[in-house]
Each structure stands twice: as C-alpha cells, then as structure tokens.
Design a protein around this ligand. Structure first.
Ligand SMILES: *Cc1c(COP(=O)(O)O)cnc(C)c1O
Length: 389
C-alpha cells in the first residue's frame, strides 16, 4: 500500500512544476494555507440564540469571523456579508431557498450557454420544489437577448432571476436586466462564483451589488482564497432570512479554518485586488490574441475575453481532428494544466505575477502541436512558485 502522506508530497512537488491555467482554480497565499492547517481546522463554532458561541474556548474565533466579515463588506462595498457557506453551490442554495417558495419560477442562463448546471431542473430546482426556465442568450455575441428576455419576464413573471456563468467571458448590462426584472417585480441575484476576484478588482461587473439584491459565489476561482462560498447584500431583511435557514437546513459546521484563511485573503485583497484584476484580464486578452494569431482556435476574435477565461473553439478542434480532452492532454503532457471543458484561465499565473504571454503562447502552441517543451515550462513554474515551495 502507498502511504497517502507520500502521495500528497509527490503531488505537491509535481504541481509546483506545472503552470495551472484552470479557470476555476487559484493558489492561496502561504499564510492562508497555514491558517487552513492550524488548530482551527478541528474546531467548531456555532452561534446560539443569545448570539454567543455554543462551544467553549472560542473567544478568538468570534473575533476572526467578525473581522473577516468586516473585510468582506469593505472589499465589496456591501452592508452585510455571510461567510458561512462552505462552497459557492451551497451559497446559491441558501440564497434561492431564502427567496423562493415551492412552485415559483427561477430563470437562469442554460448550461449550454455557459451557465451553471446546478440551476438545471434535476438539481437545485428539484431539491427546492421550484420551477425553472432558461434566459434567451445570443451565443455568438455572448449576450443576453434582452428583447426576448423582456417578453419572457413579462409573460412568466419569475420570482427570481439568477445571472452568472461557469463559461464566462463578458459581463451583462445589469441596468437593463434590473429594469426588466423590476417591471415584473422579479428579484435579481448574481452568481459571481467565477468572477468574485475580478469584481473585487473592479475590472468585471463592478456594478453587481448596485443592481442585484445579492452577490454570492465561490471564494477560490478568480478570488484567490480557500475553497468555500460567500454571500453579500445590502438588504438587511434578506441577509437575516438567508442566515436563518442556512444552519441546520443546508450545513452545520462552517469550517473555521476556512473562514480564517478567507479573512486573510479578504484583508490582502483590499490592497491587491485592483492590480491583480487588471493583470488577470490583460493576460487573458493578450493570451487569446497571441494564440489566435498563432492559429489556435480561441473564440470571440477580436475581443476574446473581458474576464479571466478564454474559450477554445470547438469548430477549430473538430477541423484539426481533436477533442477538448486531446487538447487538454497535449498540454498536460507538457505540465500546462487546463480543464477538459475547453476553458483556459489566467487567474493563477497572474496571482504569481506572470505576464509574459508571448512566451506562454509559444509554449502552448508547441505543446498542442505535439512537441516537447516540458523543461521550459518547468523552468517558468519553478521560478514562479519558488517562494512557495
Ligand atoms: C463553480 C460554480 C458554482 C459552484 O461553486 P462551488 O464553490 O464549486 O460549490 C456555482 N455557480 C457557478 C456559476 C460556478 O461556476
């Protein structure tokens, strides 16, 4: 039998020799990983009816949670922050559960158009007994079809509209969407799972909380924190309602070590979010342009992306006799890691300060052509991860 601790150590060594371009991942700062593996990792915190912790020895926890929430509110300009959810999915479930009653209707972007599959009928809607429908979307422009959407909302009067995507390259005209929703008294919320770090950096959908009742999402995709979720709102009643159902119905333990690590990154991001966000979006646009010029099929020329993501053109893959998995595996053989869904992401390399997209695009092109560039990739990753080893 292999010892798991050895496997973890091998794994860590391997990943330090890779360049991670996975759109839904990031790397957390060392002091946040220290918090994750601290004594907090084995403790509980649970607020009782008196607003105190039910567990002993935890005065400092309460302060950690309080300070982390303060940092979240300040970073996003929100009146209320809830850091309880241990994932973006549970944040979504908590928000929708607090707003909707069984039988009511939810509208969302379809998974086919890059939306999150969790909003499809068999998943969150079936769990909560709600109906769902998809928002008309222009795939070529990567835009909501606002005209048809208005007609749809007038006709269906959904209780809730949730925006946000997992394949996500362009922001929405939220002013327009919120006007359409207001006409029919439909509530609008924003699933920022992929783009929380970019929203914090004010480089993507910085008006999310201005036009939506709630902004929620994951804390580990473009936001460079530990895996978990966050809920932000300016509506006190809604905040209370989300909080009420959350513990016991959706989860119990909030994973204190995660909250502490998140708090550390939230505090850091008050200083670094704007520079980071700008670098992420510049890198993705530049990488898209360079890859496209070198005849790799990246969608949406000439703008390519306004987020951290690039989408690989499935038409081009087909023409060149490849699948998404082939594309991903050709890169992986050279220690460049992308998912098998045709997304390329620049969050992690940007966090590490890397900006040489000319060099990266050349390496990617060679790898996709089947050449061996592993050593060159390893040289770059070793220097980027050097301090973190
Ligand atoms: C990733 C994702 C989620 C789920 O978040 P987890 O943190 O993995 O639970 C929800 N919504 C969208 C749009 C996502 O991309």
């Amino acid at each position: 039998m292999k010892r798991i601790s050895d496997l973890v150590s091998d794994y860590n060594k391997y990943r330090r020799k890779c360049l991670n371009l996975q759109a839904s991942e990031n790397i957390i700062p060392l002091k946040a990983s220290e918090a994750l593996s601290s004594d907090l990792a084995g403790r509980y915190w649970h607020e009782n009816a008196e607003g105190e912790n039910d567990y002993g020895g935890t005065g400092i926890f309460t302060e950690i949670i309080h300070q982390s929430e303060l940092a979240a509110k300040e970073l996003y300009g929100a009146g209320f922050a809830d850091l309880s959810p241990i994932g973006g999915h549970l944040a979504a479930l908590g928000v929708i559960r607090a707003i909707m009653k069984p039988g009511q209707k939810l509208l969302h972007i379809s998974a086919e158009n890059g939306g999150y599959p969790g909003y499809d009928a068999p998943f969150i809607p079936s769990l909560l007994g709600i109906k769902e429908g998809t928002i008309p979307y222009n795939e070529e422009k990567q835009e909501i079809d606002y005209g048809s959407f208005r007609t749809q909302v007038r006709r269906e009067k959904p209780e809730l509209v949730v925006l946000g995507q997992s394949a996500f390259v362009k922001e929405y005209d939220l002013k327009r969407v919120s006007e359409i929703c207001n006409e029919s008294s439909s509530r609008l919320v924003y699933d920022g799972s992929h783009v929380m770090g970019l929203i914090a950096g004010k480089v993507f959908q910085k008006d999310a909380l201005k036009y939506c009742s709630v902004l929620f999402g994951s804390t580990h995709k473009t936001f460079p924190g530990p895996q978990g979720g966050i809920i932000l709102t300016n509506d006190e009643e809604l905040y209370e309602n989300i909080g009420k159902g959350f513990t016991w119905a959706i989860q119990d333990n909030i994973h204190l070590a995660r909250v502490a690590a998140l708090g550390i990154v939230l505090q850091d991001m008050r200083e670094t979010a704007e520079v980071y966000g700008k670098r992420v979006t510049e890198n993705s646009h530049n990488l898209g342009k360079l890859l496209f010029e070198k005849e790799i099929g990246i969608r949406f020329s000439p703008w390519f992306s306004y987020s951290h993501q690039l989408l690989v053109d499935s038409g081009w893959l087909k023409e060149t006799g490849r699948t998404r998995a082939d594309f991903s595996k050709a890169l992986e053989r050279n220690n460049i890691i992308v998912d098998r869904d045709g997304r390329i992401g620049t969050s992690e390399i940007s966090r590490l300060g890397y900006e040489n997209m000319e060099e990266l695009s050349n390496l990617m092109v060679s790898a996709i052509r089947g050449e061996n560039v592993r050593d060159s990739v390893m040289r770059i990753s070793s220097s980027l991860y050097g301090d973190l080893a």
